[in-house]
Design a protein around this ligand. Structure first.
Ligand code: CP
Ligand code: NVA
Length: 306
């Protein structure tokens, strides 16, 4: 059986994604009940971070420790990765000593190249193009609060960025309708939109996207690596703030999510994280449970291969 990676949501089938979510709900209950569950004693997770992180780093590291294994944080500053050792060479060496690897980096091609030379499962922990781990947590959170997302309407408001791309794939994998409102010039790639035209629609304004939505999602206007565009983006995105008024256009039980970190006064109003329908704190916590379920799935799949 071929080695399984998780570089985008489409690396798994809808059935497998749902199995992982079912398991994530179960692992969450176990963690809250203080059940000790350590199936991966002696296993080691490598965590390569070329960009900053709070949630991703803590959830992966804590998750592996809770499973009885351990995790090694690898920054390009202190490894040869930062001094130009080819990704292909690094992948062979790193994977020969570890059981599973997660990478947060810039170009999506870097995780693809790493995965193609790795002998262990590789997880995309965010690239410029995708953030699939966040979607596992978001889907777990929706299910927890509202049940199945199939057939529902989700509004993406803001940048056509890595999170938006993963939402587009999620619409396909979980069968919901995605309405995207992004300023001109900041839409997701045309090619991607065309491929998913059966479940994704580009609309003209934040208001158009919000009407009748079951879930409203947004993200920062300038992602990591785009800091110098902050001022230009603030102007371009001025009409794309998620606030209480926008929420009123949606279904009364419409949830609000944001992968965090958030910028109050920019993509969200000052009090949006505390809105009665905001589930951002559950969403953040679920990174832990969803990724534990993902690691368990990939490690067990790999064992089958041996
Ligand atoms: N949402 C998310 O990935 O957060 P971090 O950047 O803190 O990991
Ligand atoms: N789009 C954001 C997500 C951060 C979790 C970024 O890439 O910086």
């Amino acid at each position: 059986m071929a080695l399984r990676h998780f570089l985008t949501l489409r690396d798994l089938s809808s059935l497998e994604l749902n199995r992982i979510l079912e398991r994530a709900h179960e692992l969450k209950r176990m963690q809250h009940d203080n059940t000790v569950y350590q199936p991966f004693v002696g296993k080691v997770l490598g965590m390569i971070f070329e960009k900053s992180s709070t949630r991703t780093r803590i959830s992966f590291e804590a998750g592996m420790c809770q499973f009885g294994g351990s995790a090694i944080f690898l920054s390009p500053r202190d490894t040869q990765l930062g001094r130009g050792e080819p990704i292909e060479d690094s992948a062979r060496v790193i994977s020969s000593m570890l059981d599973i690897v997660m990478i947060r980096t810039f170009g999506h091609d870097i995780v693809e190249r790493f995965a193609s030379y790795s002998t262990v499962p590789v997880i995309n922990a965010l690239t410029d193009d995708h953030h699939p781990c966040q979607l596992l947590a978001d889907m777990q959170t929706f299910q927890e609060h509202r049940g199945s997302i199939q057939g529902k309407t989700v509004a993406w408001i803001g940048d056509g960025n890595n999170m938006c791309n993963s939402y587009i794939e999620a619409a396909h994998m979980w069968g919901f309708k995605l309405k995207i409102a992004a300023p001109k010039g900041y839409e997701p790639e045309e090619k991607f939109l065309t491929e998913f035209a059966h479940c994704v629609e580009l609309v003209d304004s934040a208001e158009d996207a919000a009407v009748n939505a079951d879930l409203i999602v947004t993200d920062v206007w300038a992602s990591m690596g785009q800091e110098e565009e902050q001022k230009i983006r603030e102007k371009a995105f001025a009409n794309y703030q998620v606030n209480e008024k926008l929420m009123e256009l949606a279904h009364p039980d419409c949830l609000f999510m944001h992968c965090l970190p958030a910028h109050r006064g920019e993509e969200i109003s000052e009090n949006m994280l505390d809105h009665k329908n905001s589930v951002v704190w559950d969403e953040a916590e679920n990174r832990l449970h969803a990724q534990k379920a993902l690691m368990e799935f990939l490690l067990n799949e790999n064992l089958k291969k041996d």
